[in-house]
Design a protein around this ligand. Sequence first.
Ligand code: ACO
Length: 448
Amino acid sequence: AKNVGILAMEIYFPPTCVQQEALEAHDGASKGKYTIGLGQDCMAFCTEVEDVISMSLTAVTSLLAKYKIDPKQIGRLEVGSETVIDKSKSIKTFLMQIFEKSGNTDIEGVDSTNACYGGTAALFNCVNWVESSSWDGRYGLVVCTDSAVYAEGPARPTGGAAAIAMLIGPDAPIAFESKLRGSHMSHAYDFYKPNLASEYPVVDGKLSQTCYLMALDTCYKYFCHKYEKLEGKQFSLSDAAYFVFHSPYNKLVQKSFSRLLFNDFLRNASSVDEITKEKLAPFSTLTGDESYQNRDLEKASQQASKSLYDAKVQPTTLIPKQVGNMYTASLYAAFASLIHNKHSELAGKRVILFSYGSGLTATMFSLRFHEGQHPFSLSNIASVMNVGGKLKSRHEFPPEKFVETMKLMEHRYGAKDFVTSKDCSLLSPGTYYLTEVDSMYRRFYAKK
Ligand code: ACO
């Protein structure tokens, strides 16, 4: 199989959201802390009728319908998620309801979990399957689904929720450059979920930021090394049109991109211009550790990378800024933003993605765009996802109502024997929602 990659995409995020500006005021944070300090505009969240299973049911059903894919044509289904609803039964098995109905139970794959990285693991599994000798000619399907919620405190505004479904196969408009990959994996306690009675993570915010940036540097180093071996020349930021990052909040994405420019400067890559060299020169002797803490370096590299950021990163930031951190779906929501914004001018271009999951696992990899053929064309993917329409039809909750919802969800997490309000008035037609969890913890869903 040639040009294996993403043929089609669909995204779903809850229509319920809270404005960061309102949340900031409600939390007693200083004005601008969430909107400028974190760079976030709005945050989506699940109410008591939605969860990672309902969102993924919605995304998969919608993808199959809108691209007219017969469920029998799916041969592998992989789910990435870090939202634990069951310690044994995979989310994938819930999604099998869709396929059983059309008589297809011959589908490989289960769930992958490591914080926000599970979606990338799932994606690689599907791509590798299509490229392998066990491929049977059918499509792979990847689902990233998460509800990111934090306890009250500084991490709470960095929540979010979404599900993304991606169809995998050959001759894709979004093809993997499979040789161009650099990973970094190591043991860290930056963000983890050891308390199985709570949906909230234990998070060392400062450490998680440093872990993210160190993983980025290391992945970029390996990535550049592989590129050089393959292409016989140095890689620099000018060799890709766009850079897409796992996006816990936009400020970290800004810092990440400027960090890549700093890496180019240190490697003396050809693309770094004279002004940048001058601006970054004072920092060339810092040790790695020092460089993560140095505020002047952060400022100087952000200034130096500003116009490159606007061209190569800004078009990827819409959904993560509007919806928040979607954990496994976060990177692919940023990628979906790029397709939404630029679908008509992407053909032929290279895009670099950086996936990060705390704990920690990270990979930088490369994709190449092609025009594609209907229904698997970039313009059709953009129109199916209808990002603009979905963002516009949301309902803003006041912060008080958001906090109240979080309290109810805390109570419901891991609980049994309850029925939900079944209130689906805010959901659009075709959306799945939770109706009941019975005395045996079995979950029941309905479709609006
Ligand atoms: N106006 C403008 N900016 C402000 C204001 C203000 N009024 N007040 C604060 N800021 C800035 C700060 O200067 C800081 O920016 P900087 O990093 O450029 O200096 C930023 O807002 C955040 O403020 P801090 O006080 O540094 O951090 P805070 O205690 O609010 O915590 C954090 C932020 C660590 C991101 C927290 O929200 C968190 O723990 N989130 C979850 C962990 C996370 O997302 N980690 C990322 C990688 S791991 C993952 O994906 C889960």
